[in-house]
Design a protein around this ligand. Structure first.
Ligand SMILES: [Mg+2]
Length: 382
């Protein structure tokens, strides 16, 4: 079998899909995307295609090593997301070729289903309590919310109080046993992260996410002393080499690689195994589309330390074009009692609706991250 064609599709709300064709008629789908940089990643995939056309799609590990090492310059969100999408599509082809799900090729599933969490509250966390109650009524056993809005490096206590009030309202609404993840989203700098971590400790959170940006990981040394809450991090890390410092430092309890940013199935599987050796949990980041989510479920299936999966159904970014609109077998993502089953179809397990993809690619998108500013006019982390 030989790879004959790589084709990318920029589709709303903010995604990029990749179709890889072979001379035997088997096709694979991937989702190589960095939010806000879809066209840049598409160009990176196009550059990788020069090498991949004519190659055997089943030699995934070798292609991964060539894409990573033979480019000389390596790492970073653009390159690693391009590699991720290609890797996903190659695993999809390999699974379809053998007529088995990807997890069967990775040693077989260790779980039947995985807990999922739902986003509540959108970008600006207001009215989160009602939102949380509604999500729990739909069966979810865990939710995630943004912690703060703009927060300056040193800020006033009313901002802290606002975060406390929101989290308290959610805890009150959902009761003691629903997991609450609070995402600081890199909006919080070390001085305020210490304050917030201590103040949020009484709410028994499932985790605090990105208490500081991953490039400031040494700041966690101070923060972990303020709280017993598990610390999660990693959506902006792209390889084993990025994660090794985080894991060796011993400051995180949960890692959150994104299978569309961190080199795909091949790399995230290895990152998960590294974390297992440090007794660190896995919660794959996935506010993306259906191919990315299907990819995550394949990794969750074979990763002993996976405990929960992010998913974007109904997320604030997806207004008008949601996860299920692009696949012909939406039942694969049917949530029951707060869990989603491990997919059992061949490859990634999703049947991509190519007609819909082509139709929506005519519309495309130019999604960009919002630019926020502080009261004094300086730019704020979003
Ligand atoms: Mg996050």
């Amino acid at each position: 079998m030989k790879i004959t064609k790589l084709e990318t599709f920029v589709v709303p709300p903010r995604w990029l899909f990749l179709k890889i064709e072979t001379d035997e008629g088997i096709v694979g789908w991937g989702e190589p995307i960095v939010e806000g940089r879809a066209h840049t990643v598409a160009a990176a995939v196009d550059e990788l295609a020069d090498y991949l056309i004519g190659k055997d799609p089943l030699l995934i590990e070798d292609h991964w090593q060539v894409m990573y090492r033979a480019g000389f310059y390596r790492g970073g969100p653009i390159t690693m997301s391009a590699i991720a999408g290609v890797d996903q599509a190659l695993w999809d082809i390999k699974g379809k070729h053998h007529g088995v799900p990807v997890h069967a090729l990775l040693g077989g599933q260790v779980r039947d289903k995985i807990k999922v969490y739902s986003w509540i509250g959108g970008d600006r966390p207001s009215d989160v309590a009602n939102n949380a109650r509604a999500v729990v009524e739909r069966g979810f056993k865990a939710v995630k919310m943004n912690g703060s809005e703009e927060l300056q490096i040193i800020d006033t206590f009313d901002k802290v109080q606002g975060v406390i009030n929101n989290v308290a309202a959610v805890r009150e609404a959902v009761g003691p046993n629903v997991g609450i993840g609070v995402d600081f989203h890199g909006r919080v700098h070390k001085p305020m992260a210490k304050v917030l971590a201590k103040e949020l400790d009484p709410f028994k959170l499932m985790f605090i996410e990105e208490p500081v940006l991953s490039e400031n990981v040494e700041a966690l040394r101070d923060i972990v002393n303020q709280t017993s809450t598990p610390i999660a991090l990693g959506e902006r890390l792209y390889s084993r080499w990025d994660f090794k410092h985080i894991l060796a430092g011993g400051y995180v309890d949960i890692i959150q690689p994104d299978a569309s940013h961190a080199g795909g199935i091949t790399e995230c599987r290895k990152i998960a195994a590294m974390a297992e050796a440090y007794d660190v949990a896995l919660a794959l980041h996935c506010p993306l589309g259906p191919i990315a989510l299907a990819t995550c479920l394949q990794i969750d299936a074979v990763s002993y330390n996976a405990f929960i999966q992010e998913q974007s159904l109904g997320i604030h970014y997806n207004k008008g074009n949601d996860l299920l609109d692009y696949i012909r077998n939406p039942e694969v993502f049917k949530y029951e009692d707060g869990f989603v089953s491990i997919p059992q179809g061949p490859g990634l397990g999703v049947d991509v609706n190519e007609e819909k993809v082509r139709e929506m690619a005519k519309i495309g998108h130019r999604w960009r991250n919002p630019v926020w500013r502080h009261e004094d006019g300086s730019v704020a982390e979003w």
